[in-house]
Write a protein that binds this ligand. Structure first.
Ligand SMILES: NC(=O)c1ccc[n+]([C@@H]2O[C@H](COP(=O)([O-])OP(=O)(O)OC[C@H]3O[C@@H](n4cnc5c(N)ncnc54)[C@H](OP(=O)(O)O)[C@@H]3O)[C@@H](O)[C@H]2O)c1
Length: 328
């Protein structure tokens, strides 16, 4: 491909701005089109990032010529519908997390992409950050010995807006799907599929979970201790405990620029990473690389992992008694 990679964006909200800022800084990539439910919002976004095509409907972008991939950045409840539409139009997709509202939707999205041979990836950006790559490299090299347990949290004090996407059940609100997904992802990445899942949650005024504690146990007895909260700012750190030391991902661990290995006697060895963007450039580069290699999924975050993560989120939801209109 001699011209730059052409991205399209559906849903020009908070995260779409961060993503577009990163694409602007990426070599060999450009945001080519944006779609909003309102033409004036699409125009404003297009003007800000110098985007050639602005659409006042999500359908419009599907017939935009020369699109190489679409990034879906709408609230959780609509990821399923938009992904299916893009795939049916033959357009590769990077879909925000959580990938879908439940595994039923996720399976259909994956099956559709596979049957049409169209690239699809969940935008689990943390997977592609240098700190995550370093963590996996350290574990693989035996730097902390066998992993014995894991602890991760993610909490911030969210302003209560019953209609907003964080609290509105119709939009998939709640701590688990928005931020709890990160600790659950880390446990899945490091320890794999658990054999037992226990969870408790406090529900807020709109019925969604606002503070959720999770314990995942594995066949060999190892345990992951996970916490997500919309009620309070928690440390938002992750610790991977090993036989010969601990990997500490510094706050906020899902997007850290620093991490340490702590020896059994408490001495840290620190690692620092600098990157010239918001951190979303890494997932975008992965998509571009895969598509240029004519792959239909990422070897780093394959669709099977996305389905395992979604299954795990479903199991936790069953434990805490959390259902959504999309489950009916
Ligand atoms: N990877 C990350 O770090 C990260 C961070 C934040 C969020 N996210 C994910 O990205 C998605 C969007 O989050 P966000 O914080 O960017 O959301 P947001 O700003 O509230 O909404 C994104 C956009 O979606 C469109 N939209 C479509 N249907 C909507 C509806 N019923 N209500 C509200 N907006 C609607 C709106 O654009 P138009 O109306 O103009 O079309 C809106 O600007 C979520 O699934 C979230 O989990 C990921």
């Amino acid at each position: 491909m001699s011209r730059p990679f052409h991205w399209g964006i559906i849903g020009p909200g908070k995260i779409a701005h961060k993503f577009a800022q990163d694409i602007v800084k990426l070599e060999g990539a450009t945001v080519h089109a944006v779609a909003s439910r309102a033409k004036e919002r699409a125009n404003a976004f297009a003007e800000r990032y110098n985007i050639s095509h602005a659409f006042g409907s999500y359908e419009g972008i599907l017939s935009c010529p020369d699109l190489d991939a679409i990034y879906i950045a709408t609230p959780h409840n609509s990821h399923y519908e938009h992904t299916l539409r893009c795939i049916d139009a033959g357009i590769p997709v990077l879909c925000e997390k959580p990938f879908a509202m439940n595994s039923h939707q996720a399976r259909e999205m994956v099956e559709r992409a596979q049957s049409r041979q169209v690239f699809l990836m969940e935008a689990l950006w943390t997977r592609f950050l240098p700190t995550t790559l370093k963590t996996l490299e350290l574990i693989e090299s035996g730097a902390i010995g066998e992993v014995v347990s894991l602890k991760a949290d993610f909490g911030f004090q969210a302003t209560f807006e019953p209609e907003g996407r964080l609290f509105n059940p119709d939009l998939g609100g709640g701590a688990l799907l928005d931020i709890g997904i990160y600790p659950v992802f880390l446990a899945l990445l490091i320890l794999g599929k658990p054999s037992q899942v226990n969870a408790l949650a406090k529900k807020g005024a709109t019925g969604v979970d606002v503070d959720t504690g999770m314990l995942l146990q594995y066949d060999d007895g190892r345990i992951a201790h996970l916490h997500a909260s919309l009620l309070a700012r928690t440390k938002t750190e992750a610790f991977i405990y090993g036989e010969h030391g601990t990997i500490h991902l510094h706050t906020r661990w899902h997007e850290p620029t620093s991490m340490s290995i702590i020896s059994p006697d408490g001495r840290p060895t620190n690692y620092h990473f600098e990157w010239p963007n918001n951190g979303y450039g890494f997932e975008a580069q992965e998509v571009m690389k895969c598509i240029r290699q004519e792959l239909t999924e990422s070897p780093l975050w394959p669709l099977a992992k996305t389905l395992e993560l979604m299954n795990l989120l479903d199991t936790i939801r069953a434990e805490i008694g959390l259902s959504y209109p999309a489950d009916m």
